[in-house]
Design a protein around this ligand. Structure first.
Ligand code: TYM
Length: 335
């Protein structure tokens, strides 16, 4: 059995990047034969950036409803909230004690914070919390606790999965047995990094996102605001480096993508191209949006699903395994 695992940080409203980078490939992978899937809401991770309790709660509900609207079946996959599994936090400490600081120093998010501080003339670590620095260790615990083989993610998360392999390997080595499976990232090359409105990676932190469940009128407005060059209708357009084209490709079949590339070569006007993108995305999102609206109106049902998922998962995997790991490192097994 292949175990597939992925999570989304509950620090905002889910956007198209989360959908094509994680939710859609994860749901597809979960339908393959002989797989066991683990999909979760990374609310502990949200404390690092958000530090806004109401936002974390609201986002948890929205992201849970997103998974369900996208076709997750809670009876067939493990579906849970990270903070409902205290064993994840405990494993984080065990891994912290084998994680090399030198590797953590190289994490992109941490390095970006240091670079920004330098550019601003501040101390390297100004305003960098221990949480930001240790972020990859918490993520490794998410993955290693359930011995996941495959982790469907966007390209921005690949480095974290390599780190999880490193920490797992080190733990196995130090404690002399293969306690952990070493996970691999599964990245969809068509959508490895979905661009946002301004052409940079679509990201909550850049404020350039298209919310997955924006109302059609808002979706249209956002799509029409995507950055394009100033070439007029009739002039051939470049597909390379065109965020509009990359967004189209992430939702289209290969044939549709080919036709769209031809339209670029034939000098399609930007307005027409945007209209086509809007219709493509809206056509795919509309049925999900309808389910999402119904789900989000019943937060208590979602809460029940999450609690039940976590309780079963702890019983079956987390509690016995953390007991084994406690013994491995020389602590008492509480179970
Ligand atoms: P997060 O919440 O930033 O993003 C969730 C997922 O969406 C993908 N993604 C994108 N994919 C393509 N293009 C984009 N523009 C884009 N933006 C986001 C991300 O790659 C990710 O797959 N640390 C993780 C959450 C996490 C996790 C885990 C993931 C916590 N523990 C364990 C996998 C396994 C994060 O903050 O993702």
């Amino acid at each position: 059995t292949t175990r597939v695992l992925t999570g989304i940080t509950t620090s905002g409203t889910p956007h198209l990047g989360n959908y094509v980078g994680a939710v859609r490939p994860a749901i597809i992978a979960s339908h393959a034969g002989d797989t066991e899937s683990f999909f979760f809401l990374a609310d502990l991770h949200s404390l690092i950036k958000a530090q806004e309790p109401d936002r974390t709660q609201r986002s948890t509900l929205e992201i849970a409803a997103t998974w369900l609207a996208a076709g997750l079946e809670p009876d067939k996959v493990w579906f849970y909230r990270q903070s409902d599994i205290p064993e994840i936090s405990e494993l984080t400490w065990f891994l912290t004690c084998v994680a090399s600081k030198g590797i953590l120093n190289r994490a992109h998010a941490y390095k970006a914070a240091v670079d920004k501080n330098r550019a601003d003339g501040e101390d390297d670590d100004a305003a960098v919390t221990g949480g930001l620095f240790m972020y990859p260790v918490l993520m490794a615990a998410d993955i290693l606790l359930f011995n996941a083989h495959k982790v469907p993610v966007g390209r921005d998360q690949v480095q974290h999965i390599e780190m999880a392999r490193d920490f797992g390997q080190r733990f196995n080595h130090v404690y002399g047995r293969d306690y952990f499976v070493l996970p691999e990232a599964a990245v969809d090359d068509n959508v490895a990094t979905l661009p946002g409105l301004d052409g940079r990676k679509m990201s909550k932190s850049y404020g350039n996102t298209i919310p997955l469940f924006a109302k059609p009128s808002e979706l249209k407005k956002l799509i029409f605001s995507i950055l394009t060059d100033s070439r007029a209708p009739g002039e051939p357009k470049d597909t390379a480096g065109s965020p509009l084209f990359q967004l189209y490709q992430a939702f289209a079949t290969p044939e549709q993508t080919q036709d769209f590339a031809q339209a670029y070569a034939d000098g399609i006007g930007w307005g027409d191209a945007k209209q086509q993108l809007f219709e493509l995305v809206d056509g795919q999102v509309a049925p999900l949006r309808e389910r999402y609206e119904a789900l989000i109106a019943r937060p208590d049902d979602i809460e029940d699903i999450l609690r039940d998922g976590a309780a079963r998962l702890r019983r079956q995997y987390a509690t016995p395994f953390i007991g084994e790991l406690r013994q491995a490192v020389g602590l008492r097994n509480l179970a």
